[in-house]
Design a protein around this ligand. Structure first.
Ligand code: GFB
Length: 321
C-alpha cells in the first residue's frame, strides 16, 4: 500500500473505523475516503467523507464509481453488546448481511487491489477450546444470544474466502476480540460491557449511589483489546498479509467480568458495592483468542488494560463528564 493510494474505510465514524482512520493518518497515508450514516464523524483535514446508507446497493455502486478506491477496510457493521445482539436479532442479521454483500461485491466489480473484512470473535462455537484457534470455526454450536450477528460475520469471511477462490481477489479477513476505546457506544441498552461499566460507575460516583448493578453472574471470561491496537493490527495486515486463511486479533489475556468491574470501579473512584443481576444473560462462558498466526506475522499489541481503560475514561469524561 503506497502512502498516496486511495483508501476507503467503509464505516469510518464508529469506534473501529475512526481508529483505523487515526492509525492510517498517523502512518502518513494521505488519500483517505470515509463513509458514515447515522453517526456523524468529526471533520478531519484531508479526509473526504460520504454520508451513505450502505444497505442501498445503488448508493454503494455510485460511491465506488466516483471514488474508485485501491484499498478497502470494511468496518461498517451494525454492532452492540449482549442485549442488543439478543433483541435486535433480525436487524443484526439482515443489515450486516446486506451491507457486507453490497460492499464486498461492489469492491469486486470495481477491481479494488485488496479488501480487509472485519469480523468478530463471536463467530466461534460457544464451547470452543481455549485459547480459540482459527481452525475452531464451524466445529460446534454458536452462543444463542449473538447467533444472528455471528452468522452474518461467518458469511462475510466466507464471501472473502470464496471470492478469492473463484475470482482471484485479494481479500483478507480479521477476527478481533472484544474491543474498547475512544468513540465507543455508552448507551446502556445497546453497549458492550466495558463502556457500560464506565458509565454506570461514573454515574454512581456522581450520584452517591450505594451499589452498581452488573449483568449476569460476573463469572464469564472476556479478552479486551484497545481499539488503537486493533487498528494498528489491521493496517499491519493490509500492508503485510496476503492469503485466504483469516487471522485472529487478540490481546492475549482474559479476565472475568467481576474482575473487570472491580478494575473499572477503582479507575472511576466509586466506593460502593457491586450487585450481580442473575436475570441477565452471561453469554459465552469464555472467549480468549489464540493469536499465534498474528504474532508469527510480526504484530504484537502494546496497550495494557489498566492504562487503556484510564485513557478511555478520560475520553468519556471529555465527551460526557
Ligand atoms: O460485552 P458484552 O455485552 O457482550 O457482555 P459479549 C459481556 C459480559 O458482560 C456478559 C456482562 O456476560 C454480560 O452479561 N455484563 C455485565 C454486561 N454488566 C453488563 C452491562 O452493563 N452491559 C453489558 N453489555 N454487559 C459480544 C457479542 O458478546 O461480543 C457481540 O454480543 C460481539 O456480538 C462482541 O461479538 C465481541 O462479550 O457477551
Amino acid at each position: 500500500m503506497n502512502k498516496t493510494d486511495k483508501i476507503l474505510i467503509a464505516g469510518s465514524a464508529g469506534m473501529v473505523g475512526s481508529a483505523i482512520l487515526r492509525s492510517l493518518r498517523s502512518q502518513g497515508y494521505t488519500n483517505i475516503v470515509g463513509t458514515f450514516n447515522r453517526k456523524v464523524p468529526e471533520k478531519l483535514e484531508s479526509v473526504k467523507y460520504h454520508r451513505i446508507d450502505l444497505l442501498d446497493l445503488h448508493a454503494c455502486t455510485s460511491l465506488f464509481t466516483e471514488e474508485n478506491p485501491d484499498y478497502v477496510f470494511y468496518a461498517a457493521a451494525i454492532v452492540g453488546g449482549i442485549s442488543a445482539n439478543n433483541t435486535l436479532r433480525a436487524q443484526f442479521l439482515y443489515e450486516n448481511l446486506q451491507i457486507q454483500n453490497n460492499v464486498i461485491h461492489t469492491a469486486y466489480l470495481s477491481q479494488v487491489k485488496k479488501l480487509l473484512y472485519l469480523g468478530s470473535s463471536c463467530i466461534y462455537p460457544k464451547n470452543a477450546p481455549q485459547p480459540i484457534k482459527e481452525e475452531h470455526l464451524l466445529t460446534g454450536p454458536l452462543e444463542y444470544t449473538n447467533e444472528p450477528y455471528a452468522i452474518a460475520k461467518i458469511a462475510g469471511l466466507k464471501m472473502c474466502e470464496n471470492y478469492n477462490l473463484q475470482y482471484g481477489t485479494k481479500y483478507i479477513s480479521a477476527m478481533p476480540t472484544n474491543l474498547y476505546g475512544p468513540n465507543d457506544n455508552y448507551d446502556l441498552q445497546t453497549s458492550h460491557v466495558l463502556p457500560a461499566l464506565i458509565r454506570k460507575f461514573h454515574e454512581a460516583r456522581i450520584s452517591g449511589a450505594a451499589y452498581v448493578n452488573i449483568w449476569g453472574t460476573g463469572s464469564p471470561l472476556r479478552e479486551f483489546m484497545h481499539v488503537d491496537d486493533l487498528a494498528a493490527a489491521v493496517v499491519f495486515l493490509m500492508e503485510n498479509y496476503e492469503g485466504t486463511p483469516f487471522i485472529n486479533i487478540g490481546w492475549g489475556r482474559d479476565i472475568s467480568i467481576k474482575e473487570l468491574a472491580i478494575l473499572i470501579k477503582e479507575i472511576v473512584g466509586f466506593s460502593g458495592t457491586l450487585i450481580f443481576d442473575h436475570t441477565k444473560p452471561d453469554g459465552t462462558p469464555k472467549k480468549l483468542l489464540d493469536t499465534t498466526l498474528l504474532t508469527e506475522l510480526g504484530f504484537t499489541p502494546k496497550i495494557k488494560l489498566r492504562p487503556g481503560i484510564e485513557s478511555t475514561y478520560s475520553d468519556f469524561l471529555k465527551k460526557y463528564g
